[in-house]
Design a protein around this ligand. Structure first.
Ligand code: FMN
Length: 261
């Protein structure tokens, strides 16, 4: 049944792709690349051993090892262990390879480097500080400065148009499609978080939506109908995973997983 529906949807998938609004990407100003000298310095074993070892890691690490190695990093600096072209290759690989519900291809990603990245966190700070109680400003400000000090941010949007089309085409599942759209976005978030870490970055996932949505859409020319779902902040970690302030522990496996065979 499900597969039958899926097959019958395929023509409307290309229509979902046609509906993609390229304005999101056309309005991005190109940030000048780092000088080659900076890149070479980054690769010196004495300063960046971890990152030298991690070049092309997303291609060479086993999938499960990359899954195990992914963590949350907050203490990040505005340096990259890899060329920007490699970051963009990874993001393009994700958006052209990852699954979506009924092949809706509803994910829309925006990559912000340099001054654009900083602007995002300035917008977030201005927005938050416009209503935050005075006593919370110091802690929140420090947190936001931490994000601003990182290298770049990926914004994860979902385009509601393919979702609405699916709801019309398949009313039986109408109420499920928004939830599956969130799942689709989550798949993109996790993949990029893991792939960037495999390349030597550290990353953390933030949710300042919907507070910042309008200003963000205006600043980067993003279609007003898109829904901002998450922000992935990444940069070079100031400390390795062993010295992270928080190492999470997991619940006993007996509580979280069962096998029947
Ligand atoms: C769906 C989801 C939402 C999250 N939202 C936030 C967030 O808003 N802010 C934040 O700092 N971390 C956020 N996190 C990170 C989690 O707190 C973190 O992944 C978890 O504590 C496990 O730690 P680890 O990432 O180091 O394995 C989120 C993670 C997930 C999966």
């Amino acid at each position: 049944m499900f597969r039958g529906l899926y097959k019958s949807l395929r023509p409307s998938v290309s229509s979902a792709t046609r509906h993609f609004k390229p304005s999101v990407f056309n309005t991005t100003t190109t940030i000048p690349p780092h000088p080659i000298a900076t890149k070479l310095l980054l690769l010196l074993p004495s300063t960046q051993t971890k990152h030298l070892a991690s070049i092309a890691m997303a291609d060479t690490k086993t999938f499960l090892q990359a899954v195990k190695d992914r963590h949350t990093y907050y203490d990040l600096k505005a340096e990259s262990p890899i060329p920007d072209s490699r970051i963009e290759e990874i993001v393009k690989t994700a958006i052209t390879s990852l699954p979506s519900s009924f092949n809706s291809q509803s994910a829309r990603l925006v990559l912000l480097y340099g001054d654009h990245h900083k602007k995002l966190w300035d917008i977030t700070k201005d927005t938050l500080f416009s209503f935050l109680p005075e006593e919370q400003k110091e802690a929140s400000g420090a947190r936001l400065t931490g994000f601003r000090n990182a290298y770049a941010t990926i914004l994860f949007f979902e385009d509601p148009q393919p979702i609405t089309e699916l709801q019309t085409a398949f009313p039986t599942y109408a109420e499920k499609f928004p939830q599956w759209s969130e799942h689709t976005s989550a798949i993109h978030q996790f993949t990029l978080w893991t792939a960037l870490e495999a390349e030597g970055f550290g990353a953390n996932l933030q949710h300042y939506n919907p507070l910042i949505d309008d200003k963000v859409k205006e600043e980067w020319g993003v279609d007003k109908s898109y829904k901002l779902v998450a922000q992935l902040v990444f940069g070079t970690p100031n400390s390795g995973p062993q010295t992270r302030p928080q190492i999470v522990t997991f619940k006993p496996i007996e509580e979280t997983f069962r096998i029947f065979k």
